[in-house]
Design a protein around this ligand. Sequence first.
Ligand code: MRU
Length: 364
Amino acid sequence: MKVDGIAYRSIEPAEDGWSVMIIDQTLLPHRFARVRLASLDDAARAIRTMQVRGAPLIGATAAYGLALAARADPSDESLEAAASALLATRPTAVNLRWAIDEMLAALRNVSREARAARAYARAREICEADVATNRAIGGHGLPLIRAAHARKDGPVNLLTHCNAGWLATVDFGTALAPVYLAHDSGLPVHVWVDETRPRNQGAALTAWELSRHGVPHTVVADNAGGHLMQHGRVDLCIVGTDRTTAAGDVCNKIGTYLKALAARDNGVPFYVALPSSTIDWAIADGLASVPIEERAPEEVTHISGLADDGRVTRIRLTPEGSPAANHAFDVTPARLVSGLITERGVCAASRQGLLSLFPERAGP
Ligand code: MRU
């Protein structure tokens, strides 16, 4: 996608042919800056500190992290240590494990001399595949927006949570891919953007993306969605996911579940967009089995923003001494999900639905 007329991807090889450029998402929306990753440690730190975030981008960064590790030391021991270090960065997005498994499988029977080149090639393939996947998700999601438009006058009002746009992927996004396609094809759309406390990925990142692309949108407090739905002001919800179980349960940014409940109560369709790399085929019960990341309480007790003097400032919101808890994700049970938008089409949020699109996963 373009920023000020220049096309960027959220991660891409640098001109030197071996290091990797990312957008430092901790600085947005107030500053757009790219950062160079030159080592495994840089890649692991970028994921841990959320310079990069969003399930597909976490996976893509881990893939390049392994390539950087292979360039420094292609031994089995080095790659295993690199895989463990990357796996420890963030627990919930299953794309991390998926990308690491893909990389290790690609390097398994490759000589030490050829490993770095193979690792870079596989990381590039993973990134290109993510872009193609997201384009396909956009194509499959677009008819849902068209159908909503056919039912009403005026723009289709969508609601999204967190950031599942191009910043969360290599390009295009998942939940926002159909929105961008709709907008670009002249369908009138307007997006309600949940601010997404505590890290405000909606207010900071989704709003920034949409504004750069000229998509009409309004940032709302996280608690506003239910009210908007009660008053008929949301036609369709589309969100992303960090891990989708084989039964169609969806683990996504904290607060997604409450939006799904409000959507069900108000008859608003609630769709989840996902690349198949986000499906954890090994688990069926999201509530019991998905590891939920708990992050620093300071993300709840403090907030950063642009002060009137033009400086980015961090301030405390809560009384000194009040404990805070920071559960970063929740699980929306499949029964609350109207459908899953994947690169192979839209299916029911159920084991049967997923297997109808991915029959190779049915097992013997
Ligand atoms: O903590 P984050 O910012 O990595 O969480 C991101 C989300 O919850 C996204 O909705 C999800 O990764 C899907 S991104 C296409």
